[in-house]
Write a protein that binds this ligand. Sequence first.
Ligand code: PMP
Length: 409
Amino acid sequence: MSLFDKYAPLQARVDMMMKIGKDALGVQFDDIIDATRGRIGNREILLAGTNNYLGLTFDQDCMSSAKKAIDNHGTGTTGSRVANGSYSEHVDLEKALAEHLGMPSCVVFTTGYQTNLAAISGLAGDKDVIFMDADAHACIIDGTRLTGASTIRFRHNNPEDLDKRLKRQGEIEGGNALVVIEGMYSMFGDIAPIDEFLDVTHRHGGYLYIDEAHSYGVFGPTGCGIAEEQGVLDKVDFISGTFSKSLASVGGFCASRHPEFEILRKVMRPYMFTASATPSNICAALAAVEKVKQGNHLRENLKARAEQLHKGLSEMQYDLCAEASPVIAVRRPNEAVAAMEWNWLIENGVYVNLAVPPGTPQSSSLLRISLSAAHTEEDINTILKAFNDLKDKQGELMAGMASKLQAAE
Ligand code: PMP
């Protein structure tokens, strides 16, 4: 028995994918041309799976802010903020985000993943109870694993079910309830009824933590996210987010209406024991926050493109997982079909994400599309045409897949 034997079932899935085509979890681009275009070999690819919601990765101000940061303060911080100290960039970005969200405290982290690990494990102690949405992202789940708190999952996007479980829990002796949800969910693109979750959570004396990784920049009159869109931002206890989507960089943040959140800088292990974000990452995000605040035209374009794509795919009778949003997930019958179609799309110049269990809700196999404000109406027509052709060629492709799988046996 070797250390790797436990991965035999996973290896079998990977082998099946490789018989069908490329390794969807290891795509390599030979060039990234701009926010919506890349190149693999000689083929230009329309990028429709990047989470680059506002298309700011090639924004001139974001790029020059990052370049200036390297000139001013170098390429890396070579240590954590606790050990090596903060750079002015870290502090400026925390102030900008706190001001934008209207909250007294904001801490930035090296990645979005570490943000949830740090904040959730810092907030919840042994006597607290975490109530977490059934479709929570991996880094929320991992954050709960770093705590001694017990964890209870409630039905996805279901405030009544949360209410029932909070009632059943009753008084938490010596502790508190921390409820963790997301604004827009990354796989299906569905949206949480934050106002209802707030009502239930606060009625039971708990705290509400919202990961707005996919919604900061995208929703709300000034781009603060779904809580702002639903008019309840000032009541939310904690908002976390990432720099790797709308903010076109790498890093993350957690902001709070409770000034006492600051003390967590002295306890959050994924904040204290890892190197801080580089000056260029932070300055790209800092420039992007300004773009978010002024970004109504970007949000409008993104919304129009999402509606255009959703309508077109619905008319073709594709099974879509939610209403129109910048994430549009097309449900496929199984992993093999999804992989075969994903390969066909990339060979025909369109990159989407192949999303399969256990990373998806309801064990679904998805062709997940994420849109960008940089997509044009024509780009969406290109995606629609590809999905239409895919439907027309279904019989031929299924036969091709069956013979590939048989030949390899
Ligand atoms: N939260 C959610 C909901 C996410 O989908 C992700 C990553 N896609 C993260 C947090 C982690 O963000 P990052 O990739 O910036 O570490």
